[in-house]
Structures are given as structure tokens and as C-alpha cells.
Design a protein. Structure first.
Lengths: 261, 464
């Protein structure tokens, strides 16, 4: 299994390098290599997680290791979908950088004891709970894409007076990618939270608990982000908000629940 | 005649307040403040509702956090940062958000409905110059041909009206999606009403521990009682639960009214009270018999009545139970361990110690893992290892409102943010042998100017 995940990671590394080269030269062939390697890496990761699920008899998000890998997969899938929707390959370098960091931590840093299968408590083997986690993690993948586009926006903006980066997508185009990725993520997160609330009510008799408030905080942050668009805010502020929003995602999904900071 | 001079209307205080409370800016600020407040609440320790309700309990809770926050404790307490969601200012934030939502809907809902069902097709020339998205070009093609070309490129729902000096085209896509925001706002209000109903009329009882055969009076003027008939649990050798459930009988004024099973995620309801399976814990049933076969009376610690059989319920927090055997001048203590890896025991086990009156050292000491017996001073004690059920009782009359409000909110947000509702106006006029096309566009929320520029470019290319 480790071999499959390492193979996926190698593909992501090549894809990242290709996307960086694409940013430097803006050649379609290099961009295509980046897309192909991202897809191959995603496929490897999907197969690996699928096999793990098959052996464990449950979906792959009941431990820190699996959750990180699934999150990495959702970032790559969101990046590929956004690339197809917006025809902009330039954003990929930044989204893939996030996926690479998370994937490296899961595959190479976590101790082997953290990679053991963990059985879900009977409460959490419920289909509603699993749907909640699935939708939330995919939403977080789109937020990573939005953050990647936000980073690209800031770099593009900083380089606006130089010749390097002149052929990158326009600031308006990147602004659109930031927004569209956040909107898809927000819709998925809203769905995930409502399913989670339903599950929580059925299991514990209330729609939410203070322990799970971080997901709700992320939702509030992105709702504020979308309202900022209603106020016709554009540009650098929106880019910064997309990055801040993703910091909340990382805090909510990984730092706080698993490290109790 | 000279044009009449238009004096700008002076805004009065009511008008200013109305604008303030109906603005998206306020919504945005409130959402950001709530996110910051809740984040602070997650970082700082929070006292539970019960602790806050009892001044003495809250004072001792504050003393327990004082070691961590030192001199800041009183400031954080004064700001309500140790009980954020119960604080006055957080409730004020919520109330302001609700007010903001009501006022903004009062301002926007009727004009929105009107514009959806009776769209303004003819727009003045100034509209095409000042719209958020606008474009203009001339073409040498004929008027009718241009109108046909423009119409073909717009959305499926397109209306054409002929004016005295121009032809007006109006086209829209997914217009109903604009109802998403009012829907979400109505959902939020319903959700808040539900939450108020739940907090005012609802109640919940947590951690009700019942051994087999034991009953619990529900109280709250319901006349209900819950009896645990059986509890079944399936665990792995290391104690990991695979499945557990309770078989219960609900009694009303002493009469059996309902029987059923309570599983995790599958509660049982009766007359608005819902019984949830919360968790379970290990228990021991202990009875003793002297040398001649007479049952011994056992006096559990903290209980008034002596019994022939005692049920000892353990948890990780309350892992020690004991009882006295007056006839033998004995005191028997049990300590529960979820696992003892250093002794090679993966699952739960119990340390048993028996003390003779006046002697500090135990006269017997050993571990028990399963049902069996042990002998002390000629008496035999039977131990039956079992589990007890931990249940939660909830009456929540607001839950239906909360669920419905949540549903409306989610549908509303998905409609408004994810379905791109678009409107296009075109004015095609003929002037000095040339056809002028004016285009204006509005996107409800998607807000990106790119869709319009792409469309305008396509229309211009096709018409040229």
C-alpha cells in the first residue's frame, strides 16, 4: 500500500514541477504533462485508498492518516475539475503545493502506528456520518483550490509591473477561479454540515455540539467571504480572504481535532 | 423653461438606520464577528450551561482556570469569554443578525418577486451606460437580422418588444435562483425560532446509567418511566465496541405503554420524549453466601439500604466501587481498569481487595476479568460481569423548526451561490444607416464580469 501512495506522491511531485515550468514558460505541452501527472497521481491515491477501504470494510476517513490522504486526493480532484472548468492551468502549481505538503506529512512523516486501521465507534459507522465527512473533505479540497488561486492572484498582482508573469491568466480570471472554487466548496460544505446535523440529532438528540464547532466556523468564514462578493469586493482582499479561509480549514480539520491545540 | 433644480433628499435618522440594518456590510461584519467569537470560544476553555447556572460551581470552575490565565481570568470572565455562546453580547450578535435579515428581506423581497414575474423589458438609454456590465457596438447588418442574431445567442427565455425607436430584447437564465437568499434568510429565522423554543420548552437528561432491571423516573411532569430490560453489547477482545443496544420498556403512570430497542443512531420516542443510546459501561453483580448457605446482606457505599445482590456500575471517571458485609466485618473494594497492558490484559479487568475491620492492609487481593467467584473467611462471593446502559433523554419541541430552517438555509444558499442567475438586456436601434446594439447584464450573485464580456464579444463577432 505504501508503494502505491509513494507512487502517487511521485506523480504529484512531477505534476508540481510541470506546473511550475508551465508558469515559467506557459507552454501547453508542459501544462498537459502537469495535468496528466496530477490525474495519474490522483488515480494511484484513489486505488490505494480504495484497497485500504476494501481491507478495512469501511470508507477511508477514520484516522488522521486516511483523512490526510483523502484530503490530498480531494485537493487534486478539485484542482483538476477547476482546471477543466476554467481552462486555467496556472493555478495548479499552488493547489498542488498544498496537496504535496499534506501528502508528504501523511506518507513520510506520520509514524507507522498512526497508519494502522482504526475501527469506527458504532455511532460513526452510520451512512449519514460518512456522507458528512465525505462532503466536508471534498469541500475542503475546493477551498484549497480557491486558496491556491488566491496565492496566484497575489503573486500575479505583485509581478504586474514586470514582464515575468505577463502571460499568466488575467487578475479578473483568477478572481473568478477564487470565487467559483469557493462557491462549489461552500455548497458542498453546506450539504455536509446539514447531513452532519441530521446525523448528530439522530444519534445524540441535538443538531450540533460545541466539539464540532470548527466546521461551523469554517462555514461562517466562507459565508462572510461570499457576502464580501455581494458587497462587490474584488481583487486582493478577496484573494487574502480565500487564503485566510483555508487557514481556518486546516485548523478545523487537522490541527485542532488531532493535536488539540 | 429652465430645468427644475433637483435638491437631493436629506436622509433622516430612520432612513440611515434602515440602510444600516438592511446592508450586506452589516451581515458581513456580523458573520466575521461571530466566526471570531466562536474561534475564541474554541481556544479558551468554556464553562457548561449547568456550571454557569450555579454561582458556586462557576466560582470553583473559574478558580480551576485561574492557574492558566492568572490575572487575565477576571478580565476574560468580565468579557464573557468563558461562556461565549451564553454571553449577552453573543446573543445580541445573533439578534442583530436576525434583525438584519428581516429588514433586508423587507426591503428586497417584494421588488425581487416583482422583477422575477414582471421583468422590465424596456430600459432607458442611461441604463445601458450605467449598468454594472455593459457593452455597445455598431454593425452594418440590417435591424431585423441583428435582432435575430442577438436573440439566437441569448438564453432560452427571451422576450422581444418593439418600441417606437428601438427593439428591446430581454433574456434571463435561472432567475428563480435569486429566491435563494430570501429562502436562506427565512430558514435562518425559522432556525432561530426553533432554537429559542428548544431552550425555553425543551429539556435533556444526560448520563442516565441503568443496570438490567433498573428503572428511571423521567419526571418533567410526563408521568413516564424507563425500564432497562436487557442490554446487549458485542466487543472485540481489546474492548473496542462493535455494536450495542438496550431493550427497554416505557411506562406511563406505572403502566407499560411501549417496548423497543434503542441503538446508537436509532432512538426511541414516546409522547415527544426521545430516548437515546448514549454509551455503556462495565458493571458487576455481586452476591455473597456464608458457610451454611445463607445469603449475606451487602451494604453498598453511599447507599442506605443493604441488599442481597448489589449492582456496581463503573466508568473511566468513577472507577472505584465498594460495599461492606456487616455480618463478616468486611469491606470489599473493586477498582475498574479499562486495560492493563503491563500485565498483559487487553480488555477491562477489576482489582478486588477485601479489608477486615480495623486492619489497614487487605486480607485478599486479586484481579477478576469475567464472571466467577472468590472466597473470603469461609463465605463465597459470586461475581457476574456485565454491562450497564447509559442513556440520554431529550424533549426538544424546537427540533422540527431547526431542521426545517436548516434545510431552507442550505437549499437557499446552494440556489443563490451555485446557480448563476443571469439577466441580459439589449436595445437594438437604427441610426443613420447603422445598427447600434447596446447590451447590459446583471448577475445575481456569481458576480464575475467575465461571463458578460465573453457573451458581449460573441454577440459582436456574430453580428459583424
Amino acid at each position: 500500500m505504501q508503494l502505491i501512495f509513494s507512487g502517487a506522491y511521485t506523480c504529484f511531485l512531477i505534476a508540481f514541477a510541470a506546473h511550475l515550468a508551465y508558469l515559467a514558460r506557459m507552454e501547453d505541452k508542459i501544462g498537459l504533462i502537469g495535468t496528466a501527472m496530477s490525474s495519474a497521481g490522483g488515480l494511484f491515491l484513489l486505488v490505494g485508498l480504495g484497497l485500504r477501504s476494501y481491507y478495512a470494510g469501511q470508507l477511508p476517513f477514520f484516522g488522521f492518516y486516511e483523512t490526510l490522504l483523502f484530503f490530498t486526493l480531494s485537493i487534486v480532484c478539485a484542482h483538476l475539475l477547476m482546471e477543466r472548468l476554467t481552462e486555467a492551468k496556472a493555478v495548479g502549481a499552488f493547489s498542488l503545493a498544498i496537496a504535496l505538503l499534506l501528502g508528504a506529512y501523511a506518507i513520510f512523516v506520520l509514524p507507522s502506528t498512526a497508519k494502522l486501521y482504526s475501527l469506527p465507534h458504532p455511532f460513526f459507522s452510520d451512512i449519514l456520518f460518512q456522507t458528512h465527512i465525505l462532503a466536508t473533505l471534498i469541500a475542503y479540497g475546493f477551498f484549497a483550490s480557491s486558496c491556491g488561486a488566491g496565492l496566484l492572484y497575489l503573486v500575479r498582482d505583485a509581478l504586474s509591473k514586470r514582464s515575468f508573469g505577463a502571460s499568466w491568466p488575467s487578475l479578473e480570471k483568477i478572481d473568478e477561479i477564487i470565487y467559483r472554487a469557493a462557491v462549489i466548496g461552500f455548497a458542498l460544505l453546506s450539504f455536509g454540515i446539514s447531513v452532519g446535523a441530521w446525523f448528530f440529532y439522530r444519534a445524540f438528540g441535538s443538531f450540533w455540539s460545541w466539539e464540532h464547532a470548527w466546521t461551523f466556523i469554517v462555514w461562517l468564514v466562507y459565508l462572510a467571504f461570499l457576502h464580501a462578493r455581494l458587497m462587490r469586493l474584488r481583487g486582493r482582499l478577496i484573494a487574502v480572504m480565500s487564503i485566510l479561509g483555508f487557514i481556518f480549514v486546516l485548523l478545523s480539520a487537522f490541527v485542532i481535532p488531532f493535536y488539540g491545540v | 423653461m429652465a430645468d427644475e433644480i433637483q435638491i437631493p433628499k436629506k436622509r433622516d435618522i430612520l432612513d440611515t438606520l434602515w440602510r444600516f440594518f438592511s446592508s450586506f456590510r452589516l451581515t458581513f461584519s456580523l458573520l466575521v464577528l461571530m466566526a471570531i467569537a466562536l474561534s475564541l470560544g474554541k481556544i479558551l476553555p468554556q464553562a457548561t450551561g449547568r456550571t454557569i447556572a450555579e454561582p458556586n460551581a462557576y466560582a470553583s470552575w473559574l478558580a480551576s482556570v485561574e492557574s492558566r490565565y492568572g490575572g487575565l481570568t477576571s478580565l476574560l470572565d468580565a468579557l464573557g469569554l468563558f461562556y461565549i455562546t451564553s454571553s449577552f453580547w453573543f446573543k445580541l450578535l445573533l439578534a442583530t443578525l436576525a434583525f438584519n435579515v428581516i429588514i433586508s428581506e423587507a426591503e428586497r423581497l417584494i421588488p425581487l418577486l416583482y422583477s422575477i414575474y414582471r421583468p422590465e423589458i424596456r430600459q432607458p438609454e442611461s441604463f445601458f451606460a450605467t449598468a454594472i456590465h455593459h457593452a455597445s457596438f455598431t454593425t452594418s447588418k440590417g435591424l431585423k437580422q441583428t435582432v435575430d442574431k442577438v436573440r439566437a445567442l441569448l438564453f432560452r427565455k427571451t422576450i422581444v418588444e418593439e418600441g417606437p425607436s428601438a427593439i428591446y430584447i430581454y433574456s434571463e437564465r435561472l432567475r428563480f435562483a435569486e429566491l435563494g437568499i430570501p429562502l436562506a434568510h427565512i430558514g435562518l429565522i425559522i432556525l432561530l425560532i426553533g432554537a429559542i423554543l428548544s431552550s425555553r420548552l425543551g429539556w435533556r437528561e444526560e448520563g442516565i446509567a441503568l443496570g438490567k432491571g433498573q428503572a428511571y423516573e423521567v419526571g418533567h411532569n410526563t408521568g413516564l418511566a424507563l425500564r432497562l430490560d436487557d442490554f446487549e453489547v458485542e466487543v472485540l477482545p481489546d474492548g473496542t465496541p462493535l455494536e450495542f443496544h438496550s431493550l427497554v420498556t416505557i411506562l406511563k403512570n406505572g403502566r407499560e405503554v411501549k417496548r423497543g430497542s434503542i441503538f446508537p443512531n436509532r432512538p426511541l420516542s414516546y409522547e415527544g420524549v426521545t430516548f437515546y443510546q448514549s454509551s455503556y459501561g462495565p458493571s458487576l453483580m455481586v452476591s455473597g453466601m456464608d458457610e451454611i448457605g445463607e445469603l449475606l446482606l451487602l451494604q453498598p457505599f453511599g447507599e442506605v439500604e443493604a441488599k442481597e445482590e448489589v449492582s456496581l456500575l463503573f466508568s473511566e471517571e468513577r472507577n472505584e466501587r465498594s460495599f461492606a458485609v456487616p455480618a463478616q466485618n468486611l469491606f470489599i473494594r473493586f477498582v475498574f481498569f479499562p486495560s492493563l497492558p503491563e500485565q498483559g490484559i487487553a480488555g477491562p479487568s477489576f482489582l478486588v481487595e477485601a479489608y477486615k475491620g480495623g486492619v489497614v492492609e487487605p486480607i485478599t487481593r486479586g484481579f477478576v476479568r469475567e464472571s466467577g467467584h472468590f472466597d473470603i473467611d469461609g463465605a463465597r462471593y459470586e461475581i457476574k460481569f456485565d454491562h450497564y446502559s447509559i442513556l440520554r433523554l431529550v424533549k426538544d419541541p424546537g427540533s422540527i423548526f431547526v431542521a426545517f430552517g436548516l434545510l431552507l438555509m442550505v437549499v437557499g444558499f446552494i440556489l443563490s451561490f451555485c446557480l448563476p442567475s443571469l439577466r441580459i438586456w439589449a436595445m437594438v436601434a437604427e441610426e443613420e444607416g447603422k445598427v447600434i446594439v447596446n447590451l447590459a447584464g446583471e448577475a445575481a450573485l456569481i458576480g464575475s464580469p467575465l461571463w458578460f464580456s465573453r457573451l458581449a464579444e460573441e454577440v459582436e463577432r456574430e453580428c459583424s
